[in-house]
Design a protein around this ligand. Structure first.
Ligand SMILES: Cc1ncc(COP(=O)(O)O)c(C=O)c1O
Length: 393
């Protein structure tokens, strides 16, 4: 920038001093720079159903190019309501209880801004998705971190109960879970229901991987539990479900009083989400097969990837859902296994040609347990190319 005119940019005090560029962006950039197979950031390297793209084109040609209603295109909200009822048994009113958002990321931020007052406590279960903590901080909330049990990543209900205080405004959960791939059981959800029942704690249930659950298990949405649904913002993402992470379209389902507050923030944040994609998604949802078949589609990739990893020295952790697989690095036959996870991932990307994400990136204190995360939402040939390289270790 030209400084000859003595123009001066005022100095800022950062509202998010701890935040840098996300690890996902850093690792994707490094993978591109060194030509590594990118199993780091969570996105498919294959295309979506061409029918979905055709549906967008048709929507644009039909003139759906201006602002839609603020809460979202009615047909899409109706399609979501029908899905919530048929899959999870939740009756919700598309007019007052469903809002279309610019992906799950905006949905979560908006829910937090809508309900968290300065000084309120919000419980997050670590490791957690990287936007949660900065979102709470932006709202002036106090982050209360409760670890999932190291090794199994199961919820520790005694620890969650101990963290709840009269100042607790909300608890954030995420099942199926990024990064661990763990899926909450019926017993987990029942215990959560019982724990929250006597409280006024709200639930933000991040369910973006709802259609990626393996080995015959079911996704236990908060929507299935009336006591939870009555206090929850249930967050979904079409990006994950339909292989279109770049479209950034999601939904929030919440009881009418919560949705009313949500929409107050939403209308002065994004106001509306792009129109032709919403029409296309509404039309595409008429056929439930694509989301009903998604678990089978990804289970085959998970199995291929796990079978390959089982031939290496990486230690396989359980993976029941999502498109992530975590592995321990402590048994590798290279000295770099002793590096901190983050440095190991840099080395793995540069020297071995496979990008991964360190689990320490999902903890506020950088907890290092010698575990890294791979994403298997990739073509079979991509996974095989990565496995060939990983077998060298
Ligand atoms: C747990 C979790 N929540 C939310 C998101 C964000 O979803 P979206 O792309 O719809 O904003 C992601 C994306 O990786 C995620 O893993």
């Amino acid at each position: 920038m030209d400084t000859a005119t003595q123009a001066r940019t005022p100095a800022l005090t950062s509202r998010l001093p701890q935040v840098g560029t996300t690890i996902f962006t850093v690792m994707s950039a490094l993978a591109a720079e060194v030509g590594a197979v990118n199993l780091g950031q969570g996105f498919p390297d294959f295309d979506c159903d061409p029918e979905l793209v055709n549906a967008v084109t048709r929507a644009m040609q039909a003139g759906h190019n201006q602002y839609p209603p603020m809460p979202g295109v009615p047909a899409l909200r109706q399609a979501m309501a029908a899905k919530m009822q048929s899959l999870y048994g939740l009756r919700c009113d598309p007019n007052t209880e469903i809002t279309v958002t610019a992906g799950a990321t905006q949905a979560i931020l908006t829910a937090i801004l809508a309900v968290v007052h300065p000084g309120d406590e919000v419980i997050v279960l670590e490791p957690c998705y990287d936007s949660y903590v900065p979102n709470i901080e932006l709202a002036g909330g106090k982050v209360v971190r409760v670890p999932l049990v190291p090794g199994t990543f199961r919820p520790d209900f005694d620890a969650i109960a101990a963290a709840i205080t009269p100042r607790t405004r909300a608890l954030m959960i995420n099942s199926p879970h990024n990064p661990s791939g763990q899926v909450w059981s019926a017993e987990d959800m029942q215990r959560l229901d019982e724990l929250l029942a006597p409280t006024d704690v709200l639930l933000i249930s991040d369910e973006v991987y709802e259609h990626m659950v393996y080995d015959g298990q079911q996704h236990l949405s908060a929507a299935r539990f009336p006591g939870l649904a009555a206090r929850a913002f249930i967050v979904s993402s079409f990006g994950k479900t339909y292989h279109v992470t770049g479209w950034k379209v999601g939904t929030v389902v919440a009881p009418a009083p919560l949705t009313a507050e949500f929409r107050k923030v939403h209308q002065f944040n994004v106001f509306t989400v792009n129109t032709p994609m919403q029409h296309a998604l509404a039309a595409y949802m008429a056929d439930p097969a694509p989301y009903l078949q998604l678990s089978d589609f990804y289970q085959r990739k998970r199995d291929l990837f796990r079978e390959g990893l089982a031939q290496t020295r990486f230690r396989l952790l359980p993976g029941q859902g999502t498109y992530f697989q975590c592995v321990g690095i402590e048994n590798l036959a290279v000295a770099e296994r002793d590096l901190p996870e983050g440095e190991f991932c840099q080395w793995l990307t540069r020297e071995i040609g496979v990008a991964a994400i360190p689990l320490s990136a999902f903890y506020g204190n950088g907890f290092d347990q010698k575990v890294v995360r791979f994403c298997f939402a990739k073509k079979d040939e991509t996974l095989k190319a990565a496995l060939d390289r990983l077998a060298r270790l």
